[in-house]
Design a protein around this ligand. Structure first.
Ligand code: UTP
Length: 476
């Protein structure tokens, strides 16, 4: 641990002396807490990060040789080298039954667009029941236990900003019926938020640095330092099903995908991804591409316009593989990423509005324009570090109903509509009569618990009504 005067002179030497401007006026308790925060700063790395990401704005490193990615199509017969769903599914089911699969949700984001007061996973998302996102995922795991007779442990990445609230929420809801020993929470790391103009670390108050979670890619380090990877080893977990907290349609245990990831001949079992065909050229999702023989996600804003709009002779988009941020990741691969510096993930910069105090006057600042640079790591940067990586197409409605915004696009309203649409589609496939409007939309609201089913095939085993009444709201 660095002592106070050494830390002070090291920070002064790199132009961060303002961090001590109000120190002498803090109470003893405030000083202790603040010093702990300052000591967690990687002071040696700070000048380089500021130079690279604040003083200069790095151009997005988009490889020149981008090619469309080949993928396993949702319909196995559509690929020149067809794949066999039942084989992949059987392989994935065997892994789940053998207790080799765990669920992993990244829930450390700030959810600033949603503007919900609390961790995003506590958001009421169910179309009929209003049940929370966390409960929906828990029901996925309860359903997997019913179906496969195996416990699927659940690792939940929080951030220091929402960790306690997340744990308290699970306790208050008795872990939604899961065994508390099989649910592990760990906070991701944070990065100091940096002044956009000067690169100085922003002060949230006179005794606190302004920080932001270090991105979903921060999970690599957090899984390691929290002991989660070691816990996985103890339990014999080999693969993680990775998903984001804001997608109630995430199929947490998808045997066909897990089976392809673990066993397809062109997969290394290190990191695999799900994609959906992009809805339009300007849909704002990352795109899976090939570069230098490796799979990568190129962010929407970094994709050269000519490629975004390029079309095949049949009119389909050439670069059509949109990322829905669902991956299968090998535990061994994560250990390598976490411990070998050659596999460190890069940072990305984002300009944001971060409330802070003016270091000169000590007065609070509520910015109306971007005033800060946040540094984050992205988990998909690990794809290019895998020996080989496969991409699997899924159907958009089946697995993607994101809740990003309070209203409008990708909001709870659009997600609830999609939940009903998917439920209606499944029920119809099971022979249930579902009332439709003249425009072809379900004329009812339906929610199917992931414990009841996460696919049509699973729904067939459930007790179902013969018909749904027009205008009704039903939860199955
Ligand atoms: P988003 O990119 O949508 O960010 O995260 P966000 O923080 O939730 O929301 P905004 O941008 O502030 O509105 C995608 C997923 O990655 C997780 C989020 O919790 C979500 O599941 N995430 C994001 C983390 O776990 N940590 C982070 O640092 C960032």
């Amino acid at each position: 641990m660095t002592d106070l005067s050494t830390l002070r002179s090291r920070l002064e030497a790199i132009g961060q002396g303002h961090l001590f401007r109000y120190f002498d006026g803090l109470t003893i308790d405030q000083r202790v807490a603040y010093l702990a925060q300052l000591q967690s700063l990687d002071v040696d790395a700070l000048p380089g990060l500021i130079e690279t990401y604040v003083t200069h704005t790095p151009a997005a490193e988009v490889p020149a040789d981008l090619k469309p990615v080949p993928y396993y199509p949702f319909n196995p017969a559509a690929r020149a080298r067809a794949w066999h769903r039942h084989e992949a599914k059987a392989r994935g089911e065997a892994l789940v039954r053998a207790g080799k699969v765990a669920a992993f949700v990244v829930a450390g984001g700030q959810g600033s667009r949603l503007g919900f007061d609390g961790p995003k996973g506590c958001f009421p998302a169910g179309a009929v029941t209003g049940k929370t996102l966390f409960q929906m995922f828990a029901e996925n795991l309860l359903g997997a236990k019913d179906r496969y007779g195996a416990v699927v442990p659940w690792y939940i990445m929080t951030s220091p900003l929402n960790h306690d609230a997340t744990v308290a929420f699970f306790k208050a809801h008795a872990y939604f019926g899961l065994n508390a020993d099989d649910v592990m929470f760990f906070p991701q790391g944070v990065m100091p938020s940096l002044d956009l103009a000067t690169g100085r670390v922003l002060l949230a108050s006179k005794g606190e640095i302004a920080t932001n979670p270090d991105g979903h890619g921060g999970c690599v380090r957090a899984l390691h330092v929290s002991g989660a990877l070691a816990d996985m080893r103890r339990r014999g977990i080999e693969h993680l099903s990775y998903f984001q907290v804001d997608n109630p349609h995430a199929r947490v245990i998808d045997p066909a995908f897990l089976g392809l990831h673990a066993g397809a001949e062109d997969s290394s079992g290190e990191m695999s991804s799900k994609m959906v065909v992009k809805a339009s050229p300007d849909e704002k999702v990352g795109v899976f591409c090939l570069a230098g023989g490796k799979v990568r996600v190129v962010e929407y804003s970094d994709m050269p316009a000519a490629l975004t709009t390029a079309r095949n002779p049949d009119g389909s988009l050439t670069f059509n593989a949109g990322s829905i941020a669902i991956h299968a990741i090998g535990v061994e691969f994560l250990e390598r990423l976490a411990t070998d510096p050659r596999f460190a993930l890069p940072f990305h910069r984002a300009e944001k509005k971060v409330p802070c105090i003016n270091p000169e006057t000590g007065q609070p600042v509520t910015p109306t324009a971007n005033n800060a640079v946040k540094l984050e790591k992205f988990v998909f940067d690990a794809l290019a570090l895998a020996r080989a990586s496969i991409v699997y197409e899924t159907d958009r409605l089946e697995e993607f109903a994101p809740i990003k915004n309070a209203t409008g696009v990708d909001s709870v309203e659009t997600s609830k509509v999609l939940q009903t649409k998917r439920a209606a589609r499944w029920l119809q496939a099971c022979g249930v009569d579902v009332p439709m409007t003249p425009a072809g939309e379900p004329d009812c609201v339906i929610e199917i618990s992931p414990r009841t089913a996460t696919s049509v095939v699973e729904l067939r085993a459930a007790m179902l009504p013969t018909a749904v009444e027009r205008g009704s709201r039903i939860a199955l």
